[in-house]
Design a protein around this ligand. Structure first.
Ligand code: FES
Length: 89
């Protein structure tokens, strides 16, 4: 699932009942991460196959945290995502 919040695109994933949120635009060339496949706690970008760990945003080949991740919690059936402050400039 993908949501838009201000200028941000956020990808949401449900991995075995745990919700993860990360920047919805791939750090490689902006591919739609939410449309990627999820397996073994990683999402694979549909454009060129870069893979990121859902909980850290670490890119699995170079082991760098290239994809921003956000804290998530579920409260009374609602998903809350902590994305910090948005800069309008
Ligand atoms: S845009 Fe995601 S791997 Fe290239």
């Amino acid at each position: 699932m993908e949501i838009i919040w201000g200028k941000s695109v956020i990808a949401l994933f449900n991995q075995d009942g745990t919700i993860f949120a990360m920047d919805g635009m791939c750090s490689h060339q902006g591919g739609p991460i939410a449309q990627g496949t999820v397996e073994n706690n990683c999402v694979t970008c549909p454009w060129h196959g870069w893979q990121y760990e859902l909980d850290t945003g670490i890119q699995t080949i170079n082991r760098q945290p290239l994809q921003e991740c956000f804290d998530v919690r579920e409260v009374d059936g609602w998903i809350e995502i902590f994305i910090g402050e948005q800069n309008d400039s």
